[in-house]
Structure formats: structure tokens, C-alpha cells
Design a binder for this molecule. Structure first.
Ligand code: GDD
Ligand code: MG
Length: 327
């Protein structure tokens, strides 16, 4: 069990790159592999021993509480922080932290709300407590670091710089979106202001000589900020059910919710997720795709690595590959 048992989940971003999927649903509430992204994250946190979590909401804030309630359904305590204007990642953290009673020497986890990862939260917290760092970042290696926070580290795992989204990244290690903050580091974020933890807080901590450590882990990791990565994340979780205990039962490489009608001559597989009420007529093939609630797939259709909008209709003979359809 993790010795650090409180957390903030950042779920307030607009999810612009996922539009139009995020017009009515905030990115973290989009469902992949049978559950909202936030639920996959909450269940992972609980499994590591985190018992209290604050959702830092902003964009479409009202949809979280009706779903997660007080958290008792998930065996934990869940509360909700609201922002009158988007406060940025740092401002959101400072705002949400007011709902947690953190001891002077206590630390807490902070999660970006669009990341799925198999990394070991307990090992990360042990490194943090052993090193006495101000902040301990989960880092992963990627080939192209331009879309991320580039985080070069020294041989001792100490973070040398934090360079958010640079054109010519100087390292392959990037911020993977799971931080542990000591209470002291947390207190240095101004309250009630718009602050970016990546562009302001991390560089300021380093400039003032405080230690940030990197916990590098080579396990599964994905930021589902684009439609392609969201579809991929759903497929990955279904193909490897060990990645999330929130994924419902996988049968024949597929997650099917209630009242799906699948014609006997049609085939569904390779990590597909069919929401409730989906109808698939004869001789159709669905692979690696998300099919929204009550969508109707007519006969002789091929759908691969695509996202089909709820309530939409795919007409007979259509071939969809890597498409967002019906929005
Ligand atoms: N409450 C609240 N308020 N949350 C916010 C706000 C805000 O104003 N702005 C962003 N967030 C949340 C988003 O919902 C998301 O969960 C998280 O903060 C990060 O925002 P993204 O918009 O997803 O950032 P990114 O993907 O471009 O970059 C971040 O993640 C990368 C890893 O996936 C950065 O942390 C990078 O450094 C990192 O490499
Ligand atoms: Mg993101």
C-alpha cells in the first residue's frame, strides 16, 4: 500500500484536440473500454492504497459528481473542487488542495486526467519519501517529445530542467502526468490565480534550488488527448485486461455492454467496445473500434480503429478506417 494516500485528479481541461467528442462530455468522462477514463484512474489509485481524492473540475464540471458521488461505490472518499474560471494546472491544484487536510510533512499524488499508465505508484511514492524531494515526477521515454514536458535528468534521477513543449527537445524523458508534491512545494503555488504547474511551478522550484526527482518507468503509458490515442487506449485496455480493473469482462477480445444485437454472420473483435443498445446487421466487421450507445451498423460494413458516435447510423456497404463518424 502506498504510504501516500491522498490525491488530486486534474479533470478540468477543455479537451480541444478531441472536439467534437468533448462538446458535451469532458475528456475524462469519455468512455474507453467500458468505463470513463476517470474511473480507470480512480480504480488504479484505489488499488495502490489511495483513499481520498479530489477531482479538480472546471470545463463541464457538473457531470462528475452525479457519476462518482461521494466515492463509496469505489471504496474511497471523493470530493469536487470547482473553479469560477479555468485556473490552469497549478491554479487547479492549489484550489483543490484546500479540500484536503494535509499534514505539514504529508505529500500527495496529482494525476493528469487523461493519462493511463501501468506504472507503480507505490515505487514512485517510496522514491519520493526516500529522497525527500519537493516533487517526484513520473517520467516515460518517447521518441518525439515535442508535445510533452521535456524533462532531462541526471544519473542520480534528479531533474535538471523542465521544458514544456519545446520544438527541439533535448531529452527523450518526458513528464508522464503523475506527480507527488510535498506539502511544502504545494504551498508555493499561489492560490486563486491562473498558474501552469509545467511552465511556472516546476521551473520555479528548480530555479530556487529545490529537488525534483524523476521516477522512470517503462510500462504501459498513453495520453489519450487525441481521437487516435483515445481509440488506441480503449483497444489496449481490452487487449490487456490486466491494465485496468475498471474494464468490464472481456469476451472474444471485445467489451459489450447491455442489449447489444449482433447478427450471427457479423464479426467483432481486436479490442472493440460496443456500448449498450448497439445493433450490428449481417456480414459486418468491427475491429479495434468504439461504437457509441444505440449506434446502428447496417449490413456489409467494415469499421476499423474508428469511433462511431452514439445514436448514429452507418449505412450498408460503408468502409470506415481510422475515422470519427457521426458527430
Ligand atoms: N481543473 C483544471 N483547470 N484542470 C485543467 C486545467 C484547468 O484550467 N487545464 C488543464 N487541466 C487538466 C486537463 O484536464 C488534463 O487532465 C491535465 O490538466 C493536463 O492538461 P492537458 O491539456 O491534457 O495537457 P497536455 O496533454 O498538453 O500536457 C500535459 O500532459 C503531458 C503528458 O500527457 C503536461 O503536463 C505535459 O508536461 C505532459 O508531458
Ligand atoms: Mg493531455
Amino acid at each position: 500500500m502506498s504510504p501516500i494516500n491522498k490525491a488530486i485528479l486534474l479533470v478540468g481541461g477543455k479537451g480541444t484536440r478531441l472536439a467534437p467528442l468533448t462538446t458535451n462530455t469532458p475528456k475524462p468522462m469519455l468512455k474507453i473500454a467500458g468505463a470513463p477514463v476517470t474511473e480507470h484512474q480512480i480504480v488504479k489509485a484505489r488499488e495502490a492504497g489511495i483513499s481520498e481524492i479530489v477531482l479538480a473540475t472546471s470545463y463541464l464540471a457538473d457531470v462528475f459528481e452525479p457519476y462518482f458521488g461521494d466515492g463509496s461505490r469505489f471504496g474511497m472518499k471523493i470530493r469536487y473542487a470547482y473553479e469560477t474560471q479555468p485556473l490552469g494546472t497549478g491554479g487547479a491544484i492549489a484550489n483543490a488542495a484546500q479540500l484536503l487536510e494535509l499534514g505539514a510533512n504529508e505529500s500527495l499524488f496529482i494525476f493528469n486526467g487523461d493519462v493511463l499508465s501501468s506504472h507503480d505508484l507505490i515505487a514512485q511514492s517510496e522514491l519520493h519519501l526516500k529522497s525527500g524531494a519537493a516533487v517526484t515526477l513520473h517520467l516515460v521515454e518517447v521518441e518525439d517529445a515535442r508535445a510533452y514536458g521535456c524533462v532531462p535528468i541526471g544519473a542520480d534521477s534528479k531533474v535538471l530542467q523542465f521544458l514544456e513543449k519545446m520544438d527541439n527537445p533535448i531529452a527523450k524523458t518526458i513528464n508522464a502526468g503523475c506527480y507527488i508534491f510535498s506539502n511544502q512545494a504545494l504551498q508555493q503555488i499561489p492560490k486563486g490565480a491562473v498558474v501552469s504547474v509545467e511552465r511556472e511551478t516546476f521551473p520555479a522550484l528548480l530555479n530556487s534550488g529545490q529537488n525534483i526527482f524523476g521516477y522512470v518507468d517503462g510500462g504501459y503509458w498513453i495520453d489519450m488527448g487525441t481521437p487516435e490515442s483515445m481509440i488506441r487506449a480503449s483497444r489496449d485496455l481490452i487487449s490487456n485486461p490486466a491494465l485496468s480493473k475498471a474494464t468490464p469482462k472481456v469476451i472474444n477480445h471485445t467489451v459489450m455492454m447491455r442489449e447489444v444485437q449482433l447478427h450471427a454472420s457479423s464479426r467483432v473483435g481486436e479490442g472493440s467496445y460496443l456500448e449498450s443498445g448497439v445493433v450490428i446487421e449481417a456480414n459486418s466487421i468491427v475491429n479495434g473500434s468504439i461504437i457509441g450507445e444505440n449506434a446502428h451498423i447496417e449490413s456489409d460494413v467494415l469499421i476499423e480503429n474508428s469511433y462511431i458516435a452514439p445514436q448514429s447510423r452507418v449505412t450498408s456497404g460503408s468502409k470506415l478506417r481510422g475515422e470519427i463518424f457521426g458527430f
